[in-house]
Design a protein around this ligand. Structure first.
Ligand SMILES: [Zn+2]
Length: 74
């Protein structure tokens, strides 16, 4: 019988991951890292994007977002 595993994994903000150009794997490819402190912006074409810092190296990160994803962060 399973017991006590009923607690949902609640997060107030979705964890946003983006490719970090500085955190490279053994093949020298950029890796997906968690974006810290993402800020969502909308450009003049109505395109959403997020800017933040890599949680691993602190480098700047940038990612295009869908409108639906962007709104979960706003
Ligand atoms: Zn990084």
């Amino acid at each position: 019988m399973p017991e006590g595993h009923g607690e949902p994994n609640k997060k107030y903000m979705a964890e946003l991951k983006a490719l970090c150009m500085k955190c490279r794997d053994a093949n020298n490819k950029p890796t997906m890292q968690v974006m810290k402190d993402p800020k969502v912006t909308k450009n003049e074409k109505g395109r959403y994007s997020a800017k933040g810092q890599c949680s691993q190296c602190g480098g700047n990160m940038f990612k295009f977002m869908s409108e639906a994803d962007a709104k979960t962060l706003m």
